[in-house]
Design a protein. Structure first.
Length: 360
C-alpha cells in the first residue's frame, strides 16, 4: 500500500489558537496506527490535515516519499470513513459504493467487479439494492467502508467510525475493521477517544493530550510501560490508581498506608530517597493481602471479575480513593474493611509526571 510520514506538523488557526504541536509519525506500509486521546486533544485535526481537509500550518506530509503537504484532498489517493457515514439517502447501497468510481467515469464492468468484491468482503451482497434508511447502523458503516475499499486508495483514514453505534455493534464492527485490515494489508490511520478500540485494533498507538504527542508505541508498551501519568491514567479500564507517597528507606509512606519496596524498586528509587513521588497501581495489580486496609464504598460484580471501590484507611478524601479488580465473584458490602496488597507498582516523578525507569 503506502508509507506515510508526518514531519513536525503544526496546526495554528487564524485566531492564533494552536491545536497540534510538532507532530511526528512514520506510518509503515500496511500498518494500522490509532490516534487516541480525549476530546479536543488534536487527533481528528491531525487526521484531517493528513486527508487534506485542513491546511497544515507548518511541517511536511510525505506519501511514499512524495511531498503532498499542499496537494488538494482529491489528489492524495486517500479514502476517509467518517463518523456520520455520509451516505446518499436517495441512492442504493450499490450506487453509494460505486459513486466515486462513477464520477471518475470508470468502465461499468470494472465498477461492478469492484463493488461486488467489496460487498463480499463486508458481507453486504444481499443488501446492495436497499437504501441506507433500511439498514442498521453497523451496516451503514460497512457501506461507508465499502465505498472507500472500491477506490483502492493508498491510505485509509477513519475518524471515530464507531462512535454512533451501540456497544454490541461497536464490538462487532471493530472486529470487522481488524479483519478488513488483515485481508487488505492496508495502511490505516484511525482516530478514536475509546482506549479499548485503540488497544484491540492498533499495531501502534499515538496517545495525545492538548495537541501534544504523549507516547507512541505498541498497545502493550503503552499499557505496561506508560511514559507519564497521563498515558497511565488514560490507557486501561478501570484507570490506574494514583497516590502521593514519600520514599523512605525500603518502603513508601502515603496517607494512611505504607507499601514495601523490593530490592529492585529500592535501587530504582535511590535518587528519590526522602522525596515525594507519584505511585501508580493498576486495579488488577491489587490483590487480597495484608499490606493496607480499604473501607469499601461499593462492589461491582462483573462475572469473572469484581470491581471493588473504597478508600484507604477510614478516610474519604479523593486522593485516597482506590479501585481494585479482583478475580471471581466477591460479595463485599459497603463499609466492609478489606486487607489488600500491591502486586505491581509504577513510579512517576511528581514534578515532570514522567515515568521513573531504569537508565532514564
Amino acid at each position: 500500500m503506502a508509507q506515510l510520514n508526518l514531519q513536525h506538523i503544526d496546526k495554528i488557526y487564524d485566531n492564533n489558537v494552536q491545536a497540534v504541536f510538532d507532530f511526528n509519525l512514520d506510518v509503515k506500509d500496511g500498518e494500522l496506527i490509532v490516534l487516541v486521546g480525549p476530546s479536543g486533544c488534536g487527533k481528528s485535526t491531525t487526521l484531517r490535515m493528513a486527508a487534506g481537509l485542513e491546511d497544515i500550518s507548518a511541517g511536511k506530509l510525505l506519501l511514499d516519499g512524495e511531498d503532498i503537504t499542499a496537494k488538494p484532498a482529491k489528489d492524495r489517493d486517500m479514502a476517509m470513513v467518517f463518523q456520520s457515514y455520509a451516505l446518499y439517502g436517495h441512492m442504493t447501497v450499490y450506487e453509494n459504493m460505486a459513486f466515486s468510481l462513477t464520477l471518475r467515469k470508470e468502465n461499468p464492468n470494472v465498477i461492478h467487479k469492484k463493488v461486488m468484491a467489496a460487498a463480499e468482503i463486508l458481507g453486504l451482497t444481499d443488501q446492495l439494492n436497499k437504501k441506507p434508511a433500511q439498514l442498521s447502523g453497523g451496516q451503514r458503516q460497512r457501506v461507508a467502508m465499502g465505498r472507500s475499499i472500491v477506490r483502492n486508495p493508498k491510505v485509509f483514514l477513519f475518524d471515530e467510525p464507531l462512535s454512533n453505534l451501540d456497544a454490541k455493534l461497536r464490538g462487532a464492527t471493530r472486529r470487522e475493521i481488524l479483519l478488513l485490515h488483515k485481508r487488505l494489508q492496508a495502511t490505516m490511520l484511525y482516530v478514536t477517544h475509546d482506549q479499548t478500540e485503540a488497544l484491540t485494533l492498533a499495531d501502534r498507538i499515538v496517545c495525545m493530550s492538548m495537541g501534544h504527542v504523549q507516547q507512541i508505541g505498541t498497545p502493550i508498551e503503552l499499557y505496561d510501560q506508560p511514559a507519564n501519568t497521563f498515558v497511565a491514567g488514560f490507557i486501561g479500564s478501570p484507570p490506574m490508581n494514583f497516590f502521593d507517597v514519600k520514599v523512605s528507606g525500603d518502603e513508601l509512606t502515603g496517607k494512611n498506608f505504607k507499601a514495601s519496596l523490593t530490592p529492585e524498586e529500592k535501587a530504582l528509587l535511590a535518587p528519590y530517597q526522602g522525596k515525594e513521588i507519584t505511585l501508580g497501581v493498576r486495579p488488577e495489580d491489587i490483590a487480597e493481602g495484608n499490606e493496607f486496609k480499604v473501607k469499601v464504598t461499593n462492589n461491582e460484580n462483573l462475572g469473572m471479575t469484581t470491581l471493588l471501590h473504597g478508600h484507604i484507611g477510614d478516610a474519604t478524601s479523593a486522593d485516597l480513593k482506590v479501585t481494585t479488580k479482583l478475580k471471581g465473584w466477591a460479595n463485599y458490602k459497603r463499609n466492609d474493611i478489606v486487607s489488600l496488597t500491591f502486586t505491581r507498582k509504577h513510579f512517576f516523578d511528581k514534578e515532570t509526571t514522567n515515568a521513573i525507569r531504569k537508565g532514564e
